[in-house]
Design a binder for this molecule. Structure first.
Ligand code: B1N
Length: 843
């Protein structure tokens, strides 16, 4: 009954479905009102702003679905190659404004709603922020979807539909408190639940071998069977009708499982096991760049991988091609090693179920997979214990051993008796606790491996993956990250967007950021500079009210807005930032009152970001920021010369307010440790000046905008190891400069209270183990901060640099990044579907 049959009645249905929804004011209004009445079942007397948001979203969803269905139908007819982007995280943020902007319907909806008595912006505010990711890695996946749709690439995003996204952060008595984020609370108008797209997922069980027709056949019988169900999330492109799919899997119990269950007859036990199945996609792991090694996480990874591979195979089989054509029609991109089991799952299905020979299967896998590495931090590298992996996925462990065996044989032929090489290249790490190195598996199973910024990619080939690089240098590539200008300028900064439209004479920059370079002469134009400052001022006002409401702090609008927002991590050195704030506070206090305003530029220094719930040092950094904030903001002598604020619950929608309001933005990680960074790119696009180290993409930002338009400081990557060695075996009093010593003494002498927590925090840089070389970089950081003050006193010079930052930021559009992936890794051609609104309005 599931197969559609073309007959007279379906022809009739097709005819009825031919028309598209019109987008006149009246049509928009009637579609919204229809949803109020028929979808929400609301009356005129029982209707809130939330209902308005829901009805508007449903009417936009209808329009998205038209484009979405047409897109895949068209791709299918054209028999195109697909890219599958596999990621455990997508930080998509709010959808309504983004959908309206990309469908080019924002002004129509604004007018239609105003006419009905609603302000569209307050409607936007009703949406919860879907936060199915931790930080940069998840947000990158979301920016990539926007660019893949906009550039008309035939693509699919695949991920998990967690019931709980990243926790909501509250600050209580200066400490972080985590609140579960049940984001589906009020329903989700954007998703399409596919009751008919379900795949079985097996866990545990046993492997058996049988000889059949003289050939050994392996089968794996899982002992726990659950179901993955598809939830589709349309992602519209800009300036195109193409709309692609983010397919998220939800785990559900399988009815088959109940029959097999030995708990038959025990009703409540049977229900418990059903709930365990639902629990798998319940919660996103809240660690950014650290591996926790939990079985539930491995189950999540395998569920994503297995459902996705089954879906891709089903789609491929419909084409009725031969298996050897698989790589011609499919590219699979691994967003870090988290979905790396996909390599093994495809091997298993090809060998055990489809009956391919091992070598033939390997050829298809190798040529379709590619792997992106996002960090060299050792604590982030995934290594699954063989007991855990072998228990949950026994056949997969066996296949990993096979892959390793064949791989190591090749290595020992090439480098006889080189035991060091063999042990570093092996997929298996030997020792008391034997583990599988997921990065090694990903490299061996992929035809391309890339880092996410030039410096990071270079470090991969010279340090972490050096031996792999020497083995096959052509496999290694760089793809510098990017961000989508649709969300990060066009949606987040309407003032700047209008200004850029006027400068360029069109909105072409939204899809071609490089054209901004042609207008650099405006940087010196006083009229433009004035308008530029006005835009920044308005954005600062918006943030001013945001801070007043949430933090109860009154910021000085004339002060320099100095912002560091990102996950809290020692390598990102928020600690160095707050120690400098204390330095500044002490300096102001030492200066005679009448000279203070002359010497110090008023500053509002803001921090934001979540700490992983188990990361005690990160939590103490938040405590310190709040302690300093308390002290400084209430010091009558300081007044508005210095304000310190911790911005709670940093997420995508808050970032859209914070970033456009920032003037100075901090990206101050220890050189070599931030793989790329992506918020640095968003800040630059929004005309912020960066104070930063030569790390990650900062290096390329400096190349593009010019070092003279940034505040660069600190040790370069080549110097870090030597500095660490110097500190090792010496007392911190020898490597702390006088300025840092005074700051730490102030904390230890209880100037801010919380002595227990704060002393423990300082011990991370004292006691010969300042791994992130904060002390070594502190002096040069203070000097860079002095340069900031000096420049800010000259409004016109500052504004000129701000303008140049925006106009020279074109390289950091994710459109450039995605084009490179498509051309240099995926071998993928764009496929633009005809736009009905630009032709005859009919299919
Ligand atoms: O990926 C971003 C980069 O811009 C950042 O520099 C990098 O830190 C970030 C395990 C990660 N690397 N590794 C992770 C996240 C979650 C997890 O469970 C690792 N995130 C990054 C985009 O390339």
């Amino acid at each position: 009954g599931n197969t559609p049959v073309a007959n007279q009645s379906t022809n009739k249905i097709w005819k009825l479905m031919e028309k598209y929804l019109p987008n006149t004011k009246e049509a928009i209004q009637s579609s919204v009102v229809n949803h109020v009445e028929y979808t929400l079942a609301k009356t005129r007397f029982d209707f809130t702003l939330l209902h308005c948001y829901q009805a508007v979203s449903h009417s936009v969803r209808d329009r998205l679905i038209e484009a979405f269905n047409d897109t895949y139908q068209y791709f299918n007819n054209k028999d195109v190659k697909y890219v599958y982007y596999l990621s455990l995280e997508y930080l998509i943020g709010r959808c309504l404004q983004n959908a309206l902007v990309n469908l080019e319907l924002e002004s129509q909806y604004k007018e239609a709603m105003l006419d009905m008595g609603y302000n569209l912006e307050s409607v936007y505010e009703q949406e919860v922020d879907p936060a199915l990711g931790n930080g940069g890695l998840g947000r990158l996946a979301a920016c990539f979807l926007d660019s893949m749709a906009t550039l008309n690439y035939p693509a699919w995003g695949y991920g998990l539909r967690y019931s709980y996204g990243i926790f909501r952060q509250q600050i209580k008595d200066g400490y972080q408190v985590e609140v579960p984020d049940y984001w589906l609370d009020r329903g989700n108008p954007w998703e399409i639940e596919r009751l008919d797209v379900n795949f079985q997922i097996k866990f545990y069980g046993a492997v058996t071998k049988k000889v059949q027709d003289g050939k050994e056949r392996t089968t794996w019988e899982g002992s726990e069977i659950i179901v993955a169900r598809a939830y589709d999330n349309p992602a519209p492109g800009y300036n195109t009708f193409n709309t692609i799919n983010l397919r998220l899997w939800r785990s559900l119990p399988s009815s088959e499982f109940d029959f097999k269950s030995f708990n038959q007859g025990d009703y409540f036990k049977a229900l418990e096991s059903r709930q365990r199945a639902e629990f798998i996609t319940s919660v996103l792991y809240p660690n950014d760049s650290t591996y926790a090694g939990k079985e539930l996480r491995l189950k999540q990874q395998y569920l994503l991988v297995s459902a996705t591979i089954q879906d891709a195979i089903r789609r491929f089989k419909k084409k009725r091609k031969e298996w050897k054509e698989w790589p011609k029609y499919n590219a699979l991109q691994l967003n870090d090693t988290h979905p790396a089991l996909a390599i093994v799952e495809l091997m298993r299905i090809l060998i055990d179920i489809e009956g391919l020979e091992y070598e033939d299967a390997w050829e298809l896998v190798y040529n379709s997979f590619a792997y992106t590495n996002h960090t060299i931090l050792p604590e982030a590298l995934e290594k699954w214990g063989v007991e855990l992996l072998g228990n949950l996925l026994p056949r997969h462990l066996e296949i990993i051993y096979n892959i390793n065996h064949i791989f190591l044989e090749k290595i020992s032929r090439k480098y006889p008796n080189d035991w060091r090489k063999l042990s570093t290249l092996s997929l298996v790490e030997e020792g008391t606790h034997k583990t599988i190195r997921m990065a090694n598996l990903s490299i061996v199973g992929s035809h391309a491996v890339n880092g996410v910024a030039a410096l990071h990619s270079q470090l991969l080939t010279t340090t972490l993956f050096k031996d792999f690089y020497e083995l096959r240098p052509t496999k290694f590539q760089n793809k510098t990250n990017g961000v989508t200008p649709r969300r990060w300028i066009r949606c987040a900064n309407p003032g700047l967007s209008a200004l850029l439209n006027d400068v360029v004479g069109s909105d072409d920059w939204v899809i071609d950021m490089d054209i901004l370079k042609n207008f650099q002469k405006i940087a010196d134009d006083p009229a433009i500079q004035n308008r530029w400052m006005q835009v920044k001022r308005q954005n600062k006002e918006k943030l001013y009210w945001w801070v007043k409401e949430r933090c109860g702090v009154d910021l000085n609008l004339d002060s320099l807005f100095d912002i560091q927002v990102k996950r809290i991590h020692e390598y990102k050195r928020q600690l160095m930032n707050i120690l400098y704030v204390i330095r500044r506070y002490l300096d102001i206090k030492k200066t005679p009152a009448e000279e203070r305003r002359k010497l110090f530029v008023p500053r509002s220094i803001m921090f934001g970001g979540k700490a992983a719930p188990g990361y005690i040092t990160a939590k103490r950094i938040i405590r310190l920021v709040n302690a300093v904030s308390q002290k400084v903001n209430n010091d009558q002598e300081i007044g508005d010369l210095l304000k310190v604020v911790f911005l709670p619950n940093y997420n995508v929608s808050n970032a859209q307010v914070i970033i456009p309001a920032s003037e100075l933005s901090q990206h101050i990680s220890t050189a070599g440790l931030e793989a790329s960074g992506t918020s640095n790119m968003k800040f630059v696009m929004n005309g912020c000046l960066i104070i930063g180290t030569m790390d990650g993409a900062n290096v390329e930002i400096a190349e593009e905008v010019g070092e003279e338009n940034m505040f660069i400081f600190g040790a370069r990557v080549e110097q870090v190891e030597e500095l660490r060695n110097k500190m090792r075996n010496s007392n911190y009093r020898d490597y702390f400069g006088p300025r840092l010593t005074e700051v730490c003494d102030a904390i230890s002498n209880d100037l801010f209270g919380y002595k227990y927590d704060l002393d423990a925090l300082l011990d991370t840089i004292r006691n010969k183990n300042d791994y992130y070389i904060l002390a070594a970089d502190f002096e040069s950081y203070c000097e860079a901060q002095q340069r900031v003050d000096n420049l800010y006193k000259n409004k016109s010079e500052w504004t000129k640099k701000s303008i140049l930052n925006t106009l020279r930021s074109g390289k950091f559009s994710s459109d450039r990044t995605i084009r490179q992936y498509a051309e240099e890794i995926w071998d993928l051609e764009p496929c633009e579907i005809p736009n009905p609104s630009k032709s005859e309005q009919e299919r």
